[in-house]
Design a protein around this ligand. Structure first.
Ligand SMILES: C[S@@+](CC[C@H](N)C(=O)[O-])C[C@H]1O[C@@H](n2cnc3c(N)ncnc32)[C@H](O)[C@@H]1O
Length: 324
């Protein structure tokens, strides 16, 4: 059976349910049926200077347990533990929480017995780390119709737009920004942030270090972004969205940093540091590990460290649990 046939059997799906299928279905999902590095690059898969900086951050904070969410192929986990070992720094545990079954199996095969995959009970003094996790969360998709108000995207054998039930947090956004939106304006909202922060809390994490790309809310819902913010990647190119490509392309939504910080705050975290990834990497000595004799290695590291490339497209955010 093809992915589209499997989708047709699922009945009516909103965009978030569609995206969960397209990315994470155990048979057809993108993360379960294709090596994602064939489609896009991420900082840890580009240069080990990223892992080196994260390892320095772990040592500076005297972290005892690390829980990495969305480790993908496990490169960051492997390199961070390598650098920590070189410095004779002992972690109590390094746990991986990965949604894709195939990626979990891949990590186990690549690095046998190196990591835990089961979260144990909450361990105070632990830290959560993640690279490009929040941009991989399923989101709902809406359309502003000047006559009918907010419509929602559904797949029911074909794409249909139906009157939306708008949750309160989204209604606030619609009230604020819709006066500037053209008719037919597309926009998305991720309802998954809060659940992840609750998960982080239940792990007992005092520190959370995340890297992701995103915008401030006014850019997110700017009238010029009338086609929405979902990005579709195939073979390192941004391509047009077609629901029939489920499983073959990556779907991603930049983080709405305003919503993110609000949810973090509601969950008991405060923003300790927020800025460009390049600044974080420089602060934690990423430059020290680059082998400048190798021009290819140097060029890849520069993509992460120079402000006009990934270094400023991606932000680093460090959250601390309040009142600890
Ligand atoms: C864009 S990839 C990044 C992978 C890796 N961190 C990297 O930088 O190469 C997003 C990863 O997050 C995982 N993921 C998404 N939602 C998740 C969740 N709720 N819990 C754990 N992993 C999740 C995906 O399966 C995928 O491995």
């Amino acid at each position: 059976m093809q992915a589209v046939e499997a989708l047709a059997q699922k009945g009516r799906l909103n965009f978030s349910q569609y995206m969960a299928f397209a990315l994470y279905d155990e048979v057809y999902g993108f993360y379960n049926n294709t090596p994602y590095t064939e489609h896009f690059i991420t900082a840890p898969t580009r240069s080990n200077c990223f892992a080196y900086a994260v390892a320095n951050w772990i040592m500076d904070q005297e972290i005892e347990c690390v829980i990495e969410y969305g480790p993908g192929m496990g490169k960051l986990a492997h390199e961070v533990t390598h650098f920590l070992k070189e410095q004779s720094y002992r972690l109590d545990s390094y746990t991986l929480v990965e949604r894709s079954k195939r990626l979990r199996e891949k990590i186990k095969a690549l690095y046998p017995n190196q990591f835990r995959f089961e979260k144990t009970e909450a361990a105070p003094g632990s830290a959560i780390i993640a690279n490009e996790l929040f941009d991989a969360l399923p989101v709902r998709r809406f359309k502003w119709d000047a006559d009918k108000g907010v419509l929602e995207w559904f797949l029911d054998h074909e794409v249909v737009w139906l009157p939306a039930e708008v949750p309160k947090e989204l209604q606030l956004i619609v009230d604020k920004y819709s006066p500037s939106w053209p008719n037919g304006y597309l926009f998305e909202y991720c309802f998954g942030y809060q659940a992840l922060f609750q998960d982080f809390l239940s792990c007992g994490a005092d520190d959370v270090l995340l890297f992701d790309y995103g915008y401030a809310q006014e850019h997110f819902y700017h009238p010029a972004r009338y086609e929405g913010n979902v990005k579709v990647y195939s073979k390192h190119q941004m391509v047009c969205f077609d629901y029939k490509h489920a499983g073959f392309v990556d779907l991603t939504l930049p983080v709405n940093w305003c919503q993110f910080k609000h949810c973090a705050h509601q969950s008991g975290y405060e923003v300790h540091q927020f800025g460009d990834m390049s600044d974080f990497l420089s602060e934690y000595h990423a430059l020290d590990v680059i082998d400048y004799k190798d021009p290819v290695v140097t060029a890849k590291a520069k993509e992460l460290l120079l402000p006009n490339m990934m270094g400023s497209a991606i932000q680093a955010i460090w959250l601390k649990r309040k009142n600890i």
